[in-house]
Each structure stands twice: as structure tokens, then as C-alpha cells.
Design a binder for this molecule. Structure first.
Ligand code: NAP
Length: 324
């Protein structure tokens, strides 16, 4: 498994990291429908056996549940994987989720994550969303103090814009930016990659398969039959007019992938890793067989011809949706 150094830090991450959002289980606002914890634990353990050396999670996934599942899966392991988790999305008794970046809240969140994950120190602690914007400096200062106290090794952010990155950088150097990046979500290519490279900030990208849409295993019927509490039912990428264009794109990608003896899911992940500024992709899985398929995407290198052929398909989709 290829590894890349995360920005200026000492962390050497496998280019595929395991994403655990769906392992939060069902019944909360951003759930992915029902999920069996035993299946989640087997998936985590299989990912580590396959050479993945880090796991991305968040306090809010399953309102604390996902961190507990990760904690169970890694308990007793001699070689613990690098653990990246996130703060800022907090919730009340009714399960309403909101953003909070006050220093006392960050401290309480770190303690709660350490307890749920059953670890002594969090390797990479990330602010999930910059909300509320006016409190990002306060939260970042609190996180810098928690690094001094030894509860956190490195700190990064997620879903920040460049102006927000510039505001917090003088308080403490930013280890990494976590942003969405897939063939359907390319905002990061405009300025973010260049900024991070210039500042030696690591880049972690999420949803490389666009939440499963770019795997070749979705069709209209499956979208219609997603469980009621699977948040993808409300995601515009899974709804018309985008859905038809996205399913068509997947069919066209399939022939590129199959000509190289690969799958669409592998192609989607390899494509984001083609950018040298990207340190690693977080690849979500909820069953061992899923990560068994996608883990090899980190070993494949796309040719210039592949890149050009994919670019042409993406242009065609943009035009069909009147987006360009
Ligand atoms: N910072 C943030 O705001 C943020 C936001 C989003 C994600 N993330 C992180 O990034 C991770 C990855 O993103 P993501 O989970 O949204 O999307 P993703 O990695 O693009 O897609 C993951 C989903 O695709 C399906 N899948 C995975 N492997 C498959 C395979 N081999 N064949 C068919 N289907 C497969 C699974 O769902 P089904 O089987 O149900 O289809 C899986 O949950 C998350 O888990 C999370 O850790 C962070």
C-alpha cells in the first residue's frame, strides 16, 4: 500500500484511509440506514489487515456511536492505526445537530471522543465545519492548547475555505484540510490544492465515490428503495435531473475501467489520487467485501490517455446538465 506524508507532520498515511460515516448506524438525521455493528467491526479489521493504516471518524457519526464502534474494533491491537476524528457538530437530547466552537465545548468534546474511542491521544483532530465562522479562532486556540497537554498529536480542519485557513494558520500550523473531491465535486481543484501545497498542508479528500454513486452498483431502482433514514434520498446527486446524467456517466466510465481490468469504484478513487497534492482519500465502506474491492485503487496509476478520456466524459455530463 502506497503511503504519503501528511503535509508537514510525521504522519505517513496509506493513500486509502477508511471512512466510517455509514457505521454510525440508523435513526439520526444524516444516517445511511441500518448498519450492523459486527459488520462494521469486521470491515475495520479487514481494512487494517489489507494495509490501510488510518481511520477517519467523527463524534457526530451516529451521535457518538461510530467512535464507540471504532474503539471496539481497535481495542487490544498491538499496532494501532492512526485515528482521525472531528469536533464541532454537537447535538441535543432530541438529536438536533448544530455547530459549536467555544473553547469549553471543544475541551469537553475531546474528552468524550477519547473515552468513546478508548485511546490516550487523538492522532489527528479536525474541526468538522467552520460554524459559527466567528468562533474558528477560539476553537483553534483551544485545540492548540490540547496539543500542548498531549491529548491531541496534530490538528486539521474540514470544509474550510482559504480565507478561514489563513485566519487560523498564525495561531497554530494547520496539519491538513479535509474536503470533498470526486469526479462530480471538483471545487477543490480551484485554488485549494495550490494553497495547501504552497503551505505544506496535507490534503485529505472525502466521498471519492460520491457516496457510492460512482461504484457502478447504483441504478434508479436501488435509489428509490434506499431506506427511509438513508440521507442519500435527499441528496441532489441521487435525484433528477442529476441522477440520469450521473448514471449515464457511470456506464461510460465502466468501459474505461473494464478495459484496464478494474471496476468503476476503483477508477473513481484512483482518479482523485492522481493529483499529487492529495495526500490520501477517505474511502467509505460498511462491509469487508467493499473495502476488499476498493483498497487496490491506491496501487493503480492512471495514464494521460485515461485522464483525457475521463475529462471528456465529465465535460459531456456538465454540458448535458447545463452546468458549464
Ligand atoms: N468532513 C466531512 O464533512 C465529510 C463528509 C463526508 C464524508 N467524510 C468522510 O469521508 C468518508 C468517505 O466518504 P463517504 O462515505 O461519504 O463516501 P464514499 O467513500 O464515496 O462512499 C462510501 C459508500 O459507498 C458504498 N460503497 C463502498 N464501497 C463499495 C463497493 N466496493 N461497491 C459498492 N458500493 C460501495 C457504501 O455505501 P452503500 O453500500 O450503502 O451504497 C459506502 O458507505 C466518510 O465515511 C467520512 O469518514 C467526511
Amino acid at each position: 500500500m502506497q503511503r504519503r506524508k501528511l503535509g508537514w507532520t510525521e504522519l505517513n498515511l496509506s493513500t486509502i484511509g477508511l471512512g466510517t460515516w455509514a457505521m454510525g448506524g440508523g435513526g439520526w438525521k444524516f444516517s445511511w440506514g441500518p448498519q450492523d455493528d459486527r459488520e462494521s467491526i469486521s470491515t475495520i479489521q479487514r481494512a487494517l489487515e489489507l494495509g490501510i493504516n488510518w481511520i477517519d471518524t467523527a463524534a457526530v457519526y451516529g451521535l457518538g456511536h461510530c467512535e464507540e464502534v471504532v474503539g471496539k474494533a481497535i481495542r487490544g491491537l498491538r499496532n494501532k492505526p492512526t485515528i482521525a476524528t472531528k469536533c464541532e457538530r454537537v447535538w441535543d437530547k432530541e438529536g438536533n445537530i448544530f455547530g459549536r466552537l467555544k473553547k469549553e465545548s471543544i475541551r469537553a468534546e475531546v474528552e468524550a471522543s477519547l473515552r468513546r474511542l478508548k485511546i490516550e491521544v487523538i492522532d489527528l483532530y479536525q474541526i468538522h465545519w467552520p460554524e459559527p465562522d466567528e468562533d474558528i479562532e477560539e476553537a483553534w486556540g483551544a485545540i492548540a492548547n490540547l496539543i500542548k497537554e498531549g491529548k491531541i498529536r496534530y490538528a486539521g480542519v474540514s470544509n474550510f475555505n482559504i480565507e478561514q485557513l489563513k485566519r487560523i494558520q498564525p495561531i497554530h500550523p494547520v496539519a491538513s484540510l479535509q474536503s470533498p473531491f470526486s469526479m462530480l465535486e471538483r471545487l477543490i481543484e480551484e485554488k485549494f490544492l495550490e494553497y495547501c501545497s504552497a503551505n505544506n498542508t496535507g490534503v485529505i479528500v472525502y466521498s471519492p465515490m460520491q457516496k457510492g454513486l460512482l461504484t457502478g452498483k447504483f441504478n434508479r431502482e436501488r435509489v428509490q428503495n434506499l431506506p427511509e433514514d438513508d440521507h442519500r434520498r435527499r441528496d441532489p446527486r441521487f435525484q433528477e435531473p442529476e441522477l440520469s446524467a450521473n448514471l449515464k456517466l457511470v456506464e461510460e466510465l465502466r468501459s474505461i475501467a473494464e478495459n484496464s481490468g478494474r471496476t468503476v469504484a476503483q477508477l473513481a478513487i484512483t482518479w482523485v489520487l492522481w493529483r499529487p497534492e492529495v495526500t490520501a482519500a477517505i474511502v467509505g465502506a460498511r462491509r469487508p467485501s467493499q473495502i476488499e474491492e476498493t483498497v487496490v485503487a491506491g496501487e493503480w496509476v492512471l495514464s494521460e490517455e485515461h485522464i483525457a478520456a475521463i475529462e471528456a466524459l465529465l465535460d459531456k455530463r456538465q454540458k448535458a446538465l447545463n452546468l458549464s
